[in-house]
Design a protein around this ligand. Structure first.
Ligand SMILES: NC(=O)c1ccc[n+]([C@@H]2O[C@H](COP(=O)([O-])OP(=O)(O)OC[C@H]3O[C@@H](n4cnc5c(N)ncnc54)[C@H](OP(=O)(O)O)[C@@H]3O)[C@@H](O)[C@H]2O)c1
Length: 346
């Protein structure tokens, strides 16, 4: 068989700014100031590499073709699903599906299962769902909620970035736990969606004052933080005694370098002792071994039955990756952002 093109998205340059640079689980960040990525400059779609699918040595690993989805966030690798085409490993036979961190390219030789798990498709759900509500973001919500919320019926939760794959799942889990849910998002369309999935109090944080809403509807027992910055400060101000803060993400600082100790906008940390608050740092990878089995037993069937809702924003073609990453960072995505790389029949 003649070699075929192996299209890739390369991380070509750090978005402008200074300071050392780290790659987090989600986005490129830096100790200095960073600008937004520039598709075609910071990330480049490349079609120069060729691969001989029948003959390329596997060296004890296996060859996968990347299937529909790539969940976005990371420049070089992201969460994706692959179908095994050839394999030197009997336990990862051709035709099986793997999910986990996969390079942004059409075909990859993977040495081992260290960053992957085998998954089965639910015939009622498209593959795209398995990188969203039934994938890493859904796991983040499910596992973080189980481990850290200590939710009690009648309590109040506040959830930011409520229309995204993490936030929308948390809203539904909080409602299932019998809580009053306050949720925010950045557009009217997103607000309608979070109302539809059950949030009791919804608001557009761009047009309404978060502190005013929390003053009226709080105090809050659980704050699920996806954004950090001044919103975290407002949540500290309006927390109830013994409140729990689940620190899941700080997207408001991803492109400004205002993460971690540089979060100058957080002034209310004294509330942690005066209200006996507990702050949990959530990283989904640390909870997977504990909850993966339960997650796959509970969540995909509930999604397939329509008991849990999800929203996706699907783009087609690996060459779209750069634009799509930028869209997420600017809040332009309308749901879980997924890039379809190839259909299964290809
Ligand atoms: N800890 C973990 O293990 C883990 C795992 C996965 C994800 N995460 C984090 O969870 C959060 C949500 O992830 P996701 O995949 O569900 O994201 P997402 O909702 O698909 O996309 C991010 C959303 O954040 C909002 N946003 C962007 N800039 C903002 C700003 N300056 N202030 C407030 N909101 C802003 C935008 O929505 P609006 O239009 O509503 O502003 C944007 O659509 C992110 O912070 C992510 O890094 C953490």
């Amino acid at each position: 068989m003649a070699p075929v093109t192996n299209a890739r998205v390369l991380f070509n340059a750090i978005p402008k700014g200074t300071g050392f640079c780290v790659i987090t689980h989600t986005l490129l960040t830096s100790a200095g100031r960073l600008d937004f990525p520039v598709p075609g400059e910071t990330t480049v779609y490349d079609t120069k590499q060729k691969i001989d699918l029948a003959g390329v040595p596997l060296n004890g690993g296996f060859l996968i073709m990347t299937l529909p989805p790539f969940t976005l966030g990371e420049p070089i690798v992201g969460f994706g699903i692959g179908v095994v085409m050839r394999s030197d490993k009997p336990e990862v036979a051709a035709g099986k599906y793997v999910y986990g961190t996969i390079p942004h390219q059409q075909y990859s030789i993977i040495p081992d299962m260290k960053d992957l798990i085998l998954i089965e498709k639910d015939p009622k759900l498209p593959w795209t769902v398995f990188v969203g509500a039934a994938g890493m973001p859904g796991k983040t919500a499910f596992m973080g909620w189980k481990e850290f919320s200590h939710a009690k019926k009648g309590e109040t939760a506040f959830i930011t970035a409520g229309a995204g794959p993490v936030g929308s799942m948390v809203i539904q889990l909080a409602k299932r736990s019998g809580l009053k849910v306050i949720a925010s998002a950045g557009s009217d369309e997103k607000i309608n969606f979070i109302k539809e999935i059950g949030a009791d109090v919804v608001f557009n944080y761009k047009t309404m004052d978060t502190r005013e809403v929390l003053e009226r509807e709080g105090p809050i027992d659980i704050y699920w933080d996806n954004v950090g910055g001044d919103t975290l400060d407002a949540a500290l101000e309006h927390a109830n005694v013994y409140g729990r803060f689940i620190e899941c993400g700080m997207i408001s600082g991803y492109n400004t370098g205002q993460q971690g100790i540089k979060l100058k906008s957080v002034q209310n940390l004294n509330q942690t002792f005066s209200k006996s608050l507990t702050i949990y740092g959530l990283l989904v990878f640390r909870l997977q071994s504990k909850y993966d089995e339960e997650f796959y037993k509970v969540i995909p069937p509930a999604l397939a039955a329509g008991e849990l809702k999800y929203k996706e924003d699907v783009s087609t073609g690996l060459e779209r990756v750069g634009d799509v990453i930028l869209g997420v960072q600017k809040g332009e995505n309308k749901g879980k952002t997924v890039v379809v790389v190839a259909e299964e029949s290809v």
